[in-house]
Design a protein. Structure first.
Length: 239
């Protein structure tokens, strides 16, 4: 097996998945450094590197046909760990409104429930196009704010962050709508089992009634001969 096949095999241990796991580690380090008051340039640089890996792993996985369920799940987890905790720290430090991380966390929780429920019937569910757009928009806005760009660029960064938050809410509603059948509907097997149970209950109720009616429907004979059979006797003649 050559190096290319090793790096881009269809197993869980391949280069795209390694990049995804690296993003998760970098996201944790970035959040910790921001909370500890590390130099903002260092925090912003690590954040930007982590955000760029979000595009690299998906591109490589699709190009070399090595998309895995672990990669899909890890990619979504990596985005959440990179975005939501950093947003929370930024809000606590007064850089952004607290409502933004609150809405992001609420949306991610709802989408997580939807994916968990729907995946049992539809398999592993990846990110939607609208979800990817909100992630990219939010990350660019966050990077601009962390870098402390000049005034006009800073305004654009905040605008992108607010746009990303709006897309965050809309995409959450889209997930619920697209998988409403898996969430609120019942599959054919469940419906069939319910129908069978209902039929059995009705049969249990109807059987005693049918038996009683059949007993009452037995007619008595029209003519009943209660007379005893005649016995013929012969008298002996006396001579």
């Amino acid at each position: 097996m050559n190096i290319k096949n090793k790096l881009f095999n269809k197993g869980n241990i391949n280069l795209p998945n390694i990049i995804t796991l690296t993003r998760i580690v970098l996201a944790i380090i970035t959040t910790a450094l921001l909370a500890l008051g590390a130099p903002m340039l260092l925090v912003a640089s690590l954040f930007c590197i982590s955000a760029l890996t979000d595009k690299v792993d998906g591109f490589l996985a699709r190009k070399f046909n090595c998309v895995t369920n672990l990669g899909k799940s890890g990619d979504a987890l990596g985005d959440k760990i990179l975005v939501t905790p950093v947003l929370v720290v930024m809000a606590l430090q007064g850089m952004i409104p607290l409502l933004i991380p609150y809405l992001t966390f609420f949306r991610d929780s709802i989408v997580g429930i939807v994916k968990e429920t729907a995946s049992k019937k539809s398999g592993t569910i990846g990110a939607s196009k609208l979800g990817k757009a909100k992630t990219a928009t939010t990350m660019i806005g966050m990077a601009g704010i962390l870098l402390g760009l000049p005034e006009i660029l800073n305004i654009i960064s905040y605008a992108l962050l607010y746009l990303g938050t709006t897309l965050c809410v809309i995409s959450g509603g889209q997930y619920v709508y697209n998988y409403k059948e898996e969430l609120f509907g019942k599959n054919i097997e469940e419906n069939q089992e319910i129908v069978k149970e209902e039929i059995k209950k009705e049969e249990k109720i109807l059987r005693p009634q049918e038996k009683k009616e059949s007993m009452n429907s037995i007619e008595e004979p029209l003519f009943i001969n209660n007379s005893k059979p005649k016995v013929l006797t012969y008298k002996k003649s006396h001579k």
